[in-house]
Design a protein around this ligand. Structure first.
Ligand SMILES: [Zn+2]
Ligand SMILES: [Zn+2]
Length: 337
């Protein structure tokens, strides 16, 4: 088992960071928090491979540090989810069935948890169209859709007990701020002087962006506004604990770095479209020849930046005259205005 790190809040409550290998090479964190009303789990790993076993062992190891051998999973009162991505929700079924804990999520990600199979089918269809317009050839497209469907098969719909809005964005000592962008219903969670960031802010990579065209409340515009909102909301936060990577001790500086990285990327994208080209070609130029799921992430990331410039009229679709009167899949060629 990887090391479980412990933290103490300004008011003396214990927080434990539980590492779970969500997918080969991708480590996610769940957090066990000792609150005034019992134990609360934040996020739940992916449910893939040994992830559930690592999660449960980690919860016991952390709980035992506080209660000794008396800790039991039924001491968990709530599981609160930062956002509805598979590497954060995949262990919910296992935890809820063994603990009876109540599950909370933001209302914009509730649909993902409650109607997962339907969401997957609808998104798959949208993604197919999007990949065509991005300029991905048929063989590549089928491979990417296959990968997308495989990872989504890991989860089955689960009941949600409450949404944060229903509670006035506060559960006991936990306070929630909606930060759409990386995921529609993403929240950051404040507990005393610790901020749980999920994937909204990460220490040494910029969190993944995808175009709002695929899913409302994602997209770079929402994301950048949410960065501003967190910066204002986090006054007095001492450390930020994230869904992956390292602990952040200077949140303001990290937010500034992420913002600057997107501005540089937007300039790169603007430079790239001096003549008509596709999102797929842009993704290859920005990220090289990446394979597997990373290829899908690269196209979404490139597409989110194209969308941001297109929304503002900085880019136009050069071959728009071919769009008229046709439902056939076609590649959009973007060019700067
Ligand atoms: Zn995520
Ligand atoms: Zn994640």
């Amino acid at each position: 088992m990887k090391e479980i790190r412990g933290f103490e809040t300004s008011l003396g409550a214990h927080v434990y960071q539980i590492p779970v290998e969500a997918f080969p090479g991708l480590w996610s964190y769940a957090y066990l928090v000792e609150s005034g009303n019992g134990f609360v789990l934040i996020d739940s790993g992916s449910g893939f491979g040994d992830a559930n076993q690592e999660l449960v062992e980690g919860i016991f190891a952390a709980g035992n540090k506080i209660l000794g051998e008396d800790f039991s999973l039924i001491d968990l009162s709530h599981v609160i989810i930062t956002h509805g991505h598979i590497d954060h929700i995949g262990g919910l079924g296992e935890i809820v069935s063994r603990s009876g804990a109540l599950v909370g999520v933001h209302e914009l990600d509730r649909h993902t948890l409650v109607n997962y199979e339907e969401r997957r089918a609808v998104l798959s269809r949208k993604l197919r169209k999007y990949l065509s317009e991005a300029g991905v050839d048929d063989e590549n497209k089928e491979n990417l859709l296959g990968l997308y469907q495989f990872t989504k098969q890991l989860f089955h719909s689960i009941n949600v007990d409450f949404c944060y809005e229903d509670l006035g964005m506060q559960l006991g000592e936990f306070k929630f701020l909606h930060v759409p962008g990386h995921c529609p219903g993403h929240v950051v969670i404040r507990f005393h002087d610790i901020l749980f960031c999920g994937d909204h802010i990460l220490s040494d990579i910029t969190p993944h962006q995808s175009p709002e065209e695929l899913m409302p409340f994602t997209g770079l515009d929402h994301y950048l506004k949410s960065l501003d909102a967190v910066e204002k909301w986090s006054y007095g936060v001492r450390i930020a604990l994230c869904g992956h990577k390292q602990v952040i001790t200077d949140l303001t500086a990290r937010i500034a770095e992420i913002r600057a990285a997107h501005i540089i990327r937007l300039e790169q994208v603007w430079d790239f479209f001096s003549y008509p080209q596709s999102i797929f070609t842009l993704a290859q130029t920005l990220f090289g020849s990446v394979n597997g799921y990373n290829a899908l992430l690269a196209i979404e990331e490139a597409g989110a930046h194209v969308e941001y410039l297109y929304q503002r009229g900085n880019l136009v679709i050069e071959n728009y005259d071919q769009l008229d009167n046709s439902d056939e899949p076609m590649t959009f060629l973007y060019k700067r205005q």
